[in-house]
Write a protein that binds this ligand. Sequence first.
Ligand code: NAP
Length: 353
Amino acid sequence: MAEKVVIIGSGPAGWTAAIYAARANLEPLVYEGAIIEENRLQGTLPLGQLALTTEVENYPGFPSGKSREFLKSALPEERQPYWVQDNKEQPSHGVNGPELMELMRQQAVNFGTRIVTDDIVKVDFSRQPFVLTAREGQTVEALAVIVATGARANYLGLPSEDKYKNNGVSACAVCDGALPRFRNKPVIVIGGGDSAVEEATYLSKFASTVHLVHRRDRLRASKIMQQRALENPKIKIQWNRGLDEVLGTDKDGVTGVRLKSTVDKQTETLDATGVFLAIGHTPNTKFLAGQLQLDDKGYIVWTKPARTWTSVEGVFAAGDVADSYYRQAVTAAGTGCMSALDAERWLAEHGHL
Ligand code: NAP
């Protein structure tokens, strides 16, 4: 028998959709992604991008405090963060990314969500019920589908960049910028678009200097953002340069960078405690090949304003996979909620409920 609704993806959009769908008795089935090396390397393991971050200070409802007892009581033992079990003094914090995702996942489970730890690698939206194929070849039929597979930050692919991820290398200044290691220290931002300028501007509140490294002699960012960067005394633009190597030690993480001129290939080193990549994101939509309308960057197109509808009736999209603009946990959760409500209404209108 076909599932009423299958949710693909396990970030804030996917779990919020599952919580709403489960509470509406839609008995959602979530494909949370496979735990495999390929997904680890490209940042698409279960629980999404937030699982790759540290503190989350801007998700409403989690002010700084001591959360050990709450996490202990809310999560089954095997899914608790390791530190919940040890007896060390607990740092006072709100919530970190992995904890937030575990809590959302558990909330969905508590209302009866079923979970498969696998990827959907192929879809057939040309027939109803829709047919989804998992990595191992199993198929599942679904009356409605919510795609919430998110996006992944682009990295340059340098081994040194990979080595210092979470130890000075980040692709999210808003997530990590306020950490003590970046305070009053020079940091590097790579990129020349709006995100790079936004990240540089944000980081300038904490860092002593922000070196904005761009491969050309002109920023891609909008005029107003360019002006913001040029007028900020803490932002130094390093024109016509690329990141050649992240420098660091096992003990201290990132300590600097080697930059290479894109004009004459000359290299130079700069001290820095952080390297922030802002060279764009890639939506996780490859498996949709030709089945849904995507924009020129591969993001799913929402076909009606203020709805999560896609180009195929009965298929809905939520979170970063359809949003290249806001890309926040709370906005993803918001559209996740909308997608479940949209799916429920669509199922009811088509006589499936
Ligand atoms: P983007 O506009 O695609 O810019 C990516 C930047 O990274 C470009 O400057 C590009 O250089 C550089 N880049 C790409 N690949 C690179 C590589 N391999 N090595 C070195 N540099 C590389 O992406 P975005 O800045 O994330 O913005 C995405 C969208 O969100 C845009 O539409 C943007 O307007 C919007 N956005 C808006 C705001 C805002 O208004 N506040 C904030 C953030 C994002 P080139 O310029 O040489 O191609």
